[in-house]
Design a protein. Structure first.
Ligand SMILES: [Zn+2]
Length: 74
């Protein structure tokens, strides 16, 4: 499934990398770095990261966009 594709994220604070699946990454959402606890927000604070993220998963995110909306409501 596309939603299980893993995306590598580099923490801008501690420079360590960790990964989330596409399913776990939602547009406009923030994730906490598991290493240093830094709050990493996609789209706004780190447009460079988002650019890479979307470039790699643009199609996947578009495909699961409806699914994301449903998830947020819960
Ligand atoms: Zn970190």
């Amino acid at each position: 499934m596309l939603s299980n594709e893993k995306i590598e994220i580099k923490c801008p604070s501690c420079q360590k990398t960790f990964s989330y699946t596409v399913d776990q990454l939602q547009k406009g959402q923030s994730k906490r770095c598991p290493h240093c606890g830094n709050d990493i927000r996609f789209e706004e604070s780190h447009p460079g990261e988002v650019g890479k993220l979307e470039d790699k998963t643009k199609k996947s995110l578009a495909d699961i966009d409806k699914k994301i909306t449903m998830t947020i409501r819960e």
